[in-house]
Design a protein around this ligand. Structure first.
Ligand code: CP3
Length: 339
C-alpha cells in the first residue's frame, strides 16, 4: 500500500476497508463488552490495539486502521463525550460563545495519549508489510456533531450557526483544524504510516461553503502535518462531493490518495486523478451486505475500471454491522484472485 501511495503501479491492489474493526465481528463485540463502553474502548490502549488487530488477523488485510473515533479530538479539547447505546455519540454542544470559551485551546494529552499508546502496540505487533493508518475527522464533519451535540440527518444546527454567526463558526473550525493537525502528528510519531481525513458530511454543503469550510481547513491540516513530518502520507475521504470539487481539494491539500464514495463515477475519477494521486474504493457497503454473484460482478467491474492505475481496494463507506463475515471473506478472495 505504501508503494502505491508513493507512486508505484502494482497490479494487485492492497485491501483494507473502512470500519474494518467493528460490530460485524463477534471478537469485537466480546472485547467491547469487556471494555464497558465505546469511549472506554477507544481510550484503553491494550483493548483498542486488540480490536485494531482482529480484522487484520482474521482476513490477512494489507492495512490496519487504528481503532478510535473522530470525536476524540473535541473530547481532548475538554468536551464531554459519551455514547447512548443503540443510538450513537453524544457531546456537550458547543454552539455559543460561552460553550466555545469552555473548550480548551489545545489537546489534553491525557485523552490523546492512549490513542498513541495503542498505535505503538499495534505497530510492534504488525508484520512489516502491513500499513498502519491513523485518522481524524475533517473540521466540518466534527463540527457538525460538536455543534448539535449528536449526529443529525441534515447537519441543520451546524449549518444554522455557519450562516447565522460566521465568526463563531470560523473560530470553532480553526480550533478543530489546529488540534486535528497536532493529533495527526501525534499518530504519525506513534507509528502511523499514513493518515486518512474523513469528511463524511462534505456533500451537504454548496460549492462555496465546501471550498471555505471543507477544502481550506483540510489543506491547512495537510500542509501543517507535512511541514512537521515530511514523510507523512495523506488520504482524503470527502463523501458525496462532485469530482471537480474533489480535484480542487486534492490539489490544494496535495493528497496522496482520494477515497471514493460508492456513487462516484470510476471512469471519470480515473480520468481526473490518474497521474495525480492514488484511488481508493469504492465497493458499496450495501453490495457487500447482500453478497452473492452481484457482489462478484461489482468487484470485477471495480478492478477493471481501475486496472493500470494506483488502486487501493476499499469500500465506499464503512462496513454495515449486519454484514456476514462470509461475504467479507468472499470479497477479499475475489479481489486477490481477479487482480
Ligand atoms: O475504520 C475503522 O475501523 C476505524 C475506526 C473508526 C470508527 N469510527 C469506529 C467506530 C473510524 C475511522 C470512525 C470514524 C467516524 N466516527 C466517522 C467518519 C467516518 C464515517 O463512517 O462516516 C464518524 C462520522 C464517526 C462518529 C461516530 N462514531 C458515529 C456517528 C458513530 C455511531 C455509528 C454507529 O454505527 O453506531 C460512532 C461509533 C463507532 N465508531 C463505532 C465504531 C466501530 C460503533 C461503536 C460500537 O457501538 O461498538
Amino acid at each position: 500500500m505504501l508503494d502505491i501511495l508513493d507512486g508505484a503501479l502494482t497490479h494487485e491492489p492492497p485491501i483494507w476497508f473502512m470500519r474494518q474493526a467493528g460490530r460485524y465481528l463477534p471478537e469485537y463485540r466480546a472485547v467491547r463488552a469487556k471494555a464497558g463502553g465505546f469511549v472506554e474502548l477507544c481510550l484503553n490502549p491494550e483493548l483498542a490495539a486488540e480490536v485494531t488487530l482482529q480484522p487484520v488477523r482474521r482476513f490477512g488485510l494489507d492495512a490496519a486502521i487504528i481503532f478510535s473515533d473522530i470525536l476524540i479530538v473535541p473530547h481532548a479539547l475538554g468536551v464531554k463525550l459519551w455514547f447512548e447505546e443503540n443510538e450513537g455519540p453524544r457531546l456537550e454542544p458547543v454552539n455559543d460563545i460561552a460553550s466555545f470559551e469552555r473548550m480548551q485551546p489545545v489537546l489534553d494529552r491525557k485523552i490523546t495519549q492512549p490513542v498513541y499508546d495503542a498505535l505503538k502496540i499495534v505497530r510492534d505487533a504488525l508484520p512489516a508489510n502491513v500499513t498502519l493508518i491513523g485518522f481524524c475527522g475533517a473540521p466540518w464533519t466534527v463540527a457538525s456533531y460538536l455543534i448539535a451535540g449528536r449526529g443529525t440527518e441534515d447537519q441543520g444546527p451546524a449549518k444554522a450557526l455557519m450562516r447565522g454567526d460566521e465568526k463563531l463558526f470560523a473560530s470553532i473550525i480553526d480550533r478543530l483544524a489546529d488540534a486535528t493537525a497536532h493529533h495527526l502528528i501525534g499518530q504519525i510519531d506513534a507509528g502511523a504510516d499514513v493518515v486518512q481525513i474523513f469528511d463524511t458530511w462534505a456533500g451537504s454543503l454548496n460549492e462555496h461553503e465546501f471550498g471555505r469550510w471543507c477544502a481550506a481547513p483540510i489543506a491547512r491540516i495537510a500542509s501543517a502535518v507535512r511541514a512537521a513530518r515530511p514523510q507523512a502520507r495523506v488520504i482524503l475521504f470527502p463523501k458525496g462531493v462532485k469530482i471537480e470539487w474533489m480535484k480542487r481539494l486534492v490539489s490544494e491539500a496535495e493528497a496522496d490518495a482520494i477515497s471514493l464514495d460508492p456513487i462516484t463515477n470510476r471512469k471519470r475519477a480515473r480520468e481526473v486523478f490518474s497521474g495525480i494521486c492514488a484511488l481508493q474504493g469504492n465497493l458499496s457497503p450495501d453490495v457487500l451486505l447482500d453478497g452473492g454473484d452481484a457482489m462478484d460482478r461489482e468487484i470485477d467491474q471495480i478492478l477493471e475500471d481501475f486496472r493500470g492505475t494506483r488502486h487501493i481496494f476499499n469500500l465506499g463507506h464503512g462496513i454495515l454491522k449486519e454484514t456476514p463475515i462470509a461475504h467479507v471473506e468472499r470479497m477479499i478472495a475475489r479481489v486477490r484472485e481477479r487482480a
